[in-house]
Write a protein that binds this ligand. Structure first.
Ligand code: NAI
Ligand code: A1CAB
Length: 274
């Protein structure tokens, strides 16, 4: 991928994607990251060897791809302050902000931007990311391929043709690593109550999640069948699963994902009106 890629913002998500890109073979010298804070940039430079810059406009010059990786709440001021540079350079712009719609960002950047909205997740850091992508009308086929290649370097990619579906992607993968981390916390706490040392419990729970995910990915059986295969009639798993069903775990998950997608929509409304 012989592109110069600039990340506007150098926080959790940018760091995860940059780490994954370098791991996949992208040269650190082809990557620039920006942030207002020199010390945040110094640690990124030391850790990953990328170029750093506190001036967003300078960082956009020479970039083929600009990834907007700041918090949604400051996206407007950041975009408006670099709109002239973006208009001059005409890079492919990829926004990873939750909620914010393509038309709003395009407007803040001065219009006619080739803009891809991407909803990634933090496992991109270890090359097992899952990203949803949406392109506006100004994105060429070559730029779509460029965005696919960039995000496939850190995981799997699914394109959506209806922009609103990115809110569903946020609910099922963007925010979802946190759901599984919560599950690890809860399982570790419960296992400690059952008498296991915390470190042992954590190791076993994480390895089990990894095993279940790998099986689900590699098997031709659906998750319901794989679950059934663990449940001996009258056995231990049946008791555990029955307890989860009785406690309406499915409803809790559905409600949480609905709340996630609703929040993305509400953020888009709040921020486009501000
Ligand atoms: N953290 C996650 O799991 C995910 C985050 N996202 C999206 O990624 C974006 C960034 O989120 P995080 O990385 O979690 O936030 P973060 O707070 O870790 O990073 C934000 C970065 O922006 C920098 N920044 C602040 N003002 C700036 C400016 N004027 N110019 C350049 N950089 C500036 C900060 O110094 C920091 O490096 C958000 O829009 C979020 O919706 C999307 C998917 C997953
Ligand atoms: O919580 C958030 O708003 C961001 C977007 C998806 C994951 N983290």
């Amino acid at each position: 991928m012989a592109s110069k890629i600039t990340f506007i913002g150098a926080g959790n998500m940018a760091g995860a994607i940059i780490g994954g890109l370098i791991e996949s073979g992208v040269a650190p010298s082809d990557i620039t990251a920006t942030a207002p804070n020199e010390s945040e940039l110094a640690s990124l430079k030391q850790r990953l060897g990328v170029n750093t810059q506190t001036d967003n406009n300078a960082a956009v010059k020479d970039a083929n791809v600009v990834v907007l990786a700041v918090k949604p709440q400051i996206m407007r001021s950041v975009c408006e302050a670099m709109s002239t540079s973006v208009q001059q350079q005409s890079p492919l712009v990829i926004s990873i902000a939750a909620g914010l719609d393509a038309d709003t960002i395009d407007q803040w950047l001065g219009g006619k931007t080739a803009l891809v909205r991407c909803m990634p997740n933090t496992p991109s850091l270890v090359g097992i990311g899952a990203s949803g992508l949406y392109a506006n009308g100004a994105v060429s086929e070559a730029q779509r391929t460029q965005a696919t290649q960039l995000m496939e370097a850190v995981g799997i990619v699914e394109w959506v043709e209806d922009e609103h579906l990115l809110d569903a992607v946020t609910a099922v993968s963007g925010s979802a690593p946190a759901y599984f981390f919560l599950m690890f916390e809860a399982m570790e706490e419960a296992a400690v109550k059952l008498g296991l040392p915390a470190a042992t419990a954590r190791r076993l729970a994480i390895q089990t999640a990894l095993g279940a995910a790998t099986m689900a990915q590699q098997s031709d059986k659906d998750p319901a069948t794989l679950k059934q295969n663990v449940m001996s009639p009258g056995g231990t798993t049946e008791r555990a699963i029955q307890h989860m069903e009785d406690a309406q775990l499915r409803t809790t998950i559905a409600d949480a994902m609905q709340a996630c997608a609703d929040r993305a929509q509400a953020m888009a409304k709040e921020l486009s009106a501000s």
